[in-house]
Design a protein around this ligand. Structure first.
Ligand code: NAD
Ligand code: G6P
Ligand code: MN
Ligand code: MN
Length: 432
């Protein structure tokens, strides 16, 4: 039997993960699931853990669910460790969004100054998890979902030396789920190829005759429900730009291609008094009220309001592919190995890969054009500065990352935002 450990088990996404594992049980015989959290999350862990137990009780499967605040006890002999924790919970994200916005800069969970501070808070905790895993489950696979997922995965693989790690995001999954219907096609008849970085990748699509149909999908990119996650405001892409690249951007490209429109939207929400994190705190409250209902034994539809909806499809498909050596196509954050020649071979990239018992094998994309190559090299260099600052606690390196980030104004105001964020988050930044 398989032992799965989920760190950040009190997450509102846990029922989705349970649903995905229940669905796959016949091919993925799990023996134990350990949901791990910390004292600040204990109440959430108890509520969602009780729902997880009810969900499994409603099946014929004999799977034991353990709820614990003792990470080390949980990790012992784990086969798969999934990470879905949020250091500082949503209150920390509120700070990440509000401080930059109060200076007229974008504040977003994985982009701009806020995304940089989320990396600063998350990477040291991930280091401690890896230290425990080295001792307690040296053969385990780590399936990371904690954001910023690409950078956290790069820290794990390149800096902490844990090679059996796959970084996940639901954005490619949502695109592949939704786009076929937009052009009256089915997913099984389409071929997808993705390449880039987490929250900064592009994709191409081909039909079952091998014809490139990317242009057809570009024509629909500004349609509602065309494959963008719920958390991203759908400012319109300029079609001429996309036809010129002949690539489909991901939803997060909006923050860079339409920087002003996206900033104005966030500033308007901020002026109304509620940023995305505050709105999500309310959604989370509603969800946990529903989760408390002892008659509930399934995932409520309300969860689809969260941008991370359907992430468990990625997580469960990935675990299933590794355990059963499926050799299937998936889009994951993994070691580049030349798939994108414009980036270093040891960089972590988010690319179409073949998933099997050996993990992820990235598929070669080849040269990027000047436009995409320039963006990628800037963004990866910035990620490297962020990771180095997160590990060393070097203030100058943090300021370098801020200066390179296209969504952070530079000069004195960048330093002011940096300093305010350091003070607001000081309890979660032991390295600085
Ligand atoms: P959340 O605020 O519900 O946090 C999940 C749990 O993590 C909480 O119960 C919290 O107490 C716990 N936690 C905090 N620090 C911990 C630690 N040191 N050890 C163990 N548990 C800890 O968060 P959420 O909204 O469910 O999101 C969870 C994570 O997943 C976040 O990092 C978020 O950014 C990420 N996420 C990723 C994607 C993706 O596409 N990769 C999508 C959605 C969310
Ligand atoms: C997106 C992403 C996540 C992101 C999240 C935010 O789709 O892939 O990485 O951070 O959803 O969603 P939320 O509902 O919390 O704003
Ligand atoms: Mn994501
Ligand atoms: Mn800048």
């Amino acid at each position: 039997g398989i032992k799965i450990v989920t760190i950040g088990g009190g997450s509102s996404y846990t029922p989705e993960l349970m649903e995905g594992l229940i669905k796959r049980y016949p091919e993925l015989p799990i023996r134990e699931i350990w949901l791990v959290d910390i004292p600040e999350g204990e109440e959430k862990l108890n509520i969602v853990g009780a729902l997880a137990k009810r969900m499994w009780s409603a099946t014929p499967y004999d799977v034991r669910i353990y709820l614990t605040l003792d990470r080390r006890e949980a990790l012992k002999d784990a086969d798969f460790v999934t990470t879905q924790f949020r250091v500082g919970l949503l209150d920390a994200r509120i700070i990440d969004e509000r401080i930059p916005l109060s200076h007229g800069m974008l504040g977003q969970e994985t982009n701009g100054a806020g995304g940089i501070f989320k990396a600063f808070r998350t990477i040291p905790v991930m280091k401690a998890i890896i230290d425990d895993m080295r001792e307690l489950c040296p053969e385990a696979w780590l399936i990371n979902f904690a954001n910023p997922s690409g950078m956290v995965t790069e820290a794990v693989i390149k800096h902490f030396g844990w090679k059996k790690c796959i970084g996940l995001c639901n954005v490619p999954e949502i695109a592949m789920m939704r786009e076929p219907a937009v052009i009256a096609q089915e997913r099984k008849d389409m071929h997808y190829r993705f390449a880039g970085l987490n929250h900064f990748h592009w994709h191409k699509v081909f039909d079952s005759n091998g014809m490139d149909i990317t242009r057809e999908l570009i024509a629909h990119i500004n349609d509602k429900d065309g494959g963008t996650p719920a958390n991203i405001y759908q400012a319109e892409f300029p079609l001429e730009l996309l036809y010129s690249t002949n690539l489909l951007p991901c939803g997060y490209h909006r923050y860079y291609y339409m920087k002003k429109e996206m900033l104005q939207h966030s500033l308007a929400e901020f002026a109304k008094g509620e940023t995305r994190a505050e709105q999500m705190k309310n959604v989370e409250k509603t969800l946990f009220e529903l989760y408390k209902d002892e008659n509930l034994a399934s995932k409520p539809a309300e969860l689809e309001k969260r941008g991370g909806a359907y992430y468990s499809d990625a997580a469960c498909t990935c675990i299933h592919a590794i355990h059963n050596d499926k050799k299937i196509h998936m889009v994951v954050s993994t070691v580049n190995k030349g798939a994108l020649p414009c980036l270093a071979p040891d960089s972590i990239v988010e690319v179409s890969s073949i998933l099997s018992a050996t993990g992820a094998e990235p598929l070669a994309w080849g040269e990027m054009r000047a436009h995409e190559k320039g963006w990628l090299q800037l963004m990866k260099a910035m990620e490297e500065c962020i990771i180095e600052a997160a590990i060393t606690g070097d203030y100058g390196m943090a300021l370098e990352a801020f200066t390179m980030n296209p969504l952070v104004d530079n000069g004195a105001e960048a330093k002011a935002v940096l300093d305010e964020l350091f003070v607001a988050h000081e309890n979660h930044l032991p390295q600085f």
